[in-house]
Design a protein around this ligand. Structure first.
Ligand code: XMP
Length: 311
């Protein structure tokens, strides 16, 4: 693929779809929405409003880092604080698809309101090929694939979607990102699921549980920075395991799984052979930062038979 040619064509297509109207781009900080936003900005200039929905499920410091990085590229990002709405919607849900449904509905409700308030009729989305393929195959319903699961975004939420990178896989998206001048910290960023830390918190998603997995994820990401992993993160399991308190008494505590995988396009993956001393450092940091955790596990399964994430 010629990334420059692809970008030029995508910019033309966005311009043609939106006409002389306005569009909104919902930036998440991930590479797909970042590339989509830059393409949209090139096509529409100030007629593209960029918003970042802070759902409370992002990685540490993400809203601020994304806003600052895009400001440096001359793209203004409006942060919408919707944390309470997402936690209210997720309260009491443990089933993965129920959580996805609640996340998706809240996400598009908040987005629909922002689109309405801005007078835009179009939403630019960073949907990519595996999102569509996995939803169609019934592996999981990705949060951004609306039409494929029978939702008409116009009737349901009040906007049309424009999906300029829908035909691409991750390496292609990164290539286009580099071609349009996206900083490498974004074009090479590891994938992060749309429903964010809600996918890494098995069982109920509460602010307290998300805070634990957020800290653990940051520790894993920092410790494996130079490993060239496709994806690495931590997951808070739904079960509890016995541990020992400082006074020697038994107490049930949280279990955190550490995952680090190599992959080309997320369709298959193999676990990374992390050195034992590095795993020990990760374990120690997680136990220190998250006092309710009593067990830290390393996940050795590939995709298939596993998936990369846990839900
Ligand atoms: P799995 O877990 O299916 O993940 O092996 C494949 C890739 O997709 C990401 N992923 C998601 N992305 N919404 C998303 O936007 C989701 O619900 C979701 N689940 C998984 C995952 O991080 C990996 O890169």
């Amino acid at each position: 693929m010629d990334a420059r040619k692809f970008a030029g064509k995508a910019i033309g297509e966005i311009g043609a779809a939106v006409g002389d109207g306005k569009a909104i781009s919902a930036l998440s900080g991930g590479v797909d929405s970042a590339v989509t936003t830059v393409l949209g900005h090139k096509a529409l200039g100030s007629r593209l409003k960029v918003i970042f929905i802070d759902d409370g499920l992002m990685r540490q410091d993400e809203p601020r880092e994304v806003r600052d990085a895009f400001a440096k590229m001359g793209i203004k990002v409006k942060v919408i604080n919707a944390k309470k709405r997402f936690f209210d919607a997720l309260a009491g849900l443990a089933d993965p698809e129920e959580k996805r449904k609640a996340f998706r509905h809240t996400f598009y409700q908040v987005l629909g309101e922002a689109v309405k308030a801005s007078g835009a009729r179009f939403l630019l989305q960073g949907t990519i090929a595996p999102d569509v393929i996995e939803t169609k195959k019934g592996v999981k319903t990705q949060h951004n694939v609306l039409e494929q699961i029978g939702i008409d975004p116009k009737t349901g939420y009040g906007f049309h979607t424009v999906e300029p990178v829908k035909s691409l896989f991750k390496p292609g998206v990164r290539k286009v990102g580099r071609a349009v001048g996206l900083p490498r910290s974004f074009s090479e960023r590891m994938p992060f699921p749309g429903p964010g830390l809600a996918t890494r918190c098995l069982g109920e998603v509460t602010p307290k549980r998300v805070a634990i997995v957020r800290k653990a994820c940051k520790i894993v990401e920092d410790a494996t920075k130079d490993r060239n992993a496709f994806q690495c993160f931590a997951v808070l399991l739904a079960d509890k395991a016995t541990g020992l308190k400082a006074n020697g008494k038994r107490a049930l505590g949280d279990i955190v799984a550490v995952r680090c995988v190599q992959s080309k396009d997320a369709m298959t993956a193999t676990p990374t052979k992390l050195p034992w001393p590095l795993l020990e450092r990760i374990r120690d940091r997680i136990l220190k930062a998250c006092p309710t955790v009593t067990k830290v596990l390393y996940d050795l399964t590939g995709k298939p038979p596993s998936t990369i994430e846990y839900i």
